[in-house]
Ligand binder design. Sequence first.
Ligand code: UD1
Length: 337
Amino acid sequence: MAVLVTGASGYIGSHTCVALHESQRSVVMFDNLSRSSPRAVDAIRRLVSEDMAFVEGDVASADDLDAVFSRFDIDEVVHFAGLKAVGESVADPLAYYRVNVGGTTILAEAMVRHGVSNLVFSSSAAVYGEPETLPVAETASLSPTSPYGRSKLLCEQVLADAADAHPLDVLLLRYFNPVGAHPSGTIGEDPVGVPQNLLPFIMQVAVGRRERLSIFGSDYGTPDGTAIRDYLHVDDLAAGHVAALDALGAQVTGCRAVNLGTGNGYSVREVLDAAQRAVGSAIPHELVERRPGDVAQLYADSTLARELLGWQATRSLDDMVRDHWAWQQRNPDGFGS
Ligand code: UD1
């Protein structure tokens, strides 16, 4: 039996393929390579010392999915494939609904057709929007502030309805802020164009690809005035997917949403300080206006993940920045180098 991983050559997908392999699973990677590199597939294969199966295909194509479900003996699916840039989703919302909601719906239909019942879905803390209370629990109100966040919420609703009507068990994993890289430095985040997220931007400044970091807002009501997020190591996140698959059909039936975060908040300044320690030199930066749409603080209540999945993050902020830096230093131009 095998696990199908859609979006396998992306940032979180690649780390999860390695973790699934280490959990003794047979993995089938599936990706249309629209936002990721075939070199990521090669790097995964080198890391696991195995010719892990890779199929180039699109989750929005029922034919591509039928082909992969027919060719391999798949009994579980982890679905990462989708678009994830908030700014892009505002400029081109229909692409987000087509790819994210359309792709998820077509994948769920294919699973039902092929009698595959275990699904782990890549959701986001973006479904919460501006939090009313902190830390944010799964029971918090859901009012995403971007088309990206709304597309993820719609996917969650599609899957909850599908799990009511069909023999499907689904875990919706709401990620907080994944950062870091595999400690080998051979796979990591390789953003397309100018990085929108904090740590990729910091690291591109450190490696000389960008001049300086802009800190978006220093007048928030936080101890140092910069915004606070729940950063978690991508390998902890990958381990969360293994725990989620292990729980499906056992502790978890039907459809459940679970936060994956550390439960700790760090400010932009704290992340920058940690990065400067890891890099060993000052990283040029300036204070600028707040970024529209940003919230002051967002961090997870991670109790449910511990209780339901037996999962909790183990890696520190220093581990995250050290591993992210090792990847960036070794691959200054990402997979393109
Ligand atoms: C963003 C998305 C979120 C998505 C997540 C992961 C928004 C509003 N939210 O989260 O939906 O799930 O990425 O892809 O965009 N910062 C700077 N300078 C920079 C970049 C970021 O100061 O150059 C600050 C931001 O203002 C924020 C923090 O760093 O306070 C983290 O930003 P980012 O990495 O973009 O993550 P989120 O905004 O939390």
